[in-house]
Design a protein around this ligand. Sequence first.
Ligand code: SAM
Length: 193
Amino acid sequence: MKKMYSWLKTGKQFKEKDEYYTPPILVKPILSFIKPNSTIWCPFDTENSEFVIQLKKAGHKVIFTHICYGQDFFSFEPNEDYDYIILNPPFTKKLKVLEKLYKINKPFAMVLGLPILNYQEVGEFFLDKDFQLLIVDKKVSFDGHTASFNNSYFCYKMLPKDIIVVHLENNNANKDFIGSKMGNDIVGDIFEF
Ligand SMILES: C[S@@+](CC[C@H](N)C(=O)[O-])C[C@H]1O[C@@H](n2cnc3c(N)ncnc32)[C@H](O)[C@@H]1O
């Protein structure tokens, strides 16, 4: 049984909509905007996260932390210095996560659904902030079913210009689906519990 089991046993509420893992095809677009040999903090990731796998493969040093290891993003920060934070946070905590990111003031790239810009509190939040968008040209599926909205990257001090649109080969739905390996670290345990 893996570590997530003991985390669940502490009685913390598991929110299924916070457990959508970034598929490989959506990790790729951010790779070309990271300087060689960087150190990157992935604060919502286990070792099988596609961010961790692909960033390591690209030659970067990755510090991965996750609540299942007792590392709560809101109270934890790595001891060693790092250059970027790359993240797909739990959906239900997105604004609180953004608040902490701007306090940390490091370059970041965060996966977020573009419809969050419909929310007034999100518009108000960004009123006095700099941000950039790396927009993918497809509605990428996280689970193999056709996605209903576009998930792209909200960035800070990461891109050479404020809006960049990138092409993806497919939308990762149906026959094209390739899911994240991080699901093996967590979902299996949750259903065994
Ligand atoms: C949307 S998933 C994304 C996972 C991974 N970053 C990826 O992109 O595939 C967010 C993950 O953050 C975890 N999480 C929730 N609250 C957390 C916290 N306070 N600190 C660290 N991890 C947390 C969830 O259990 C979930 O596995």
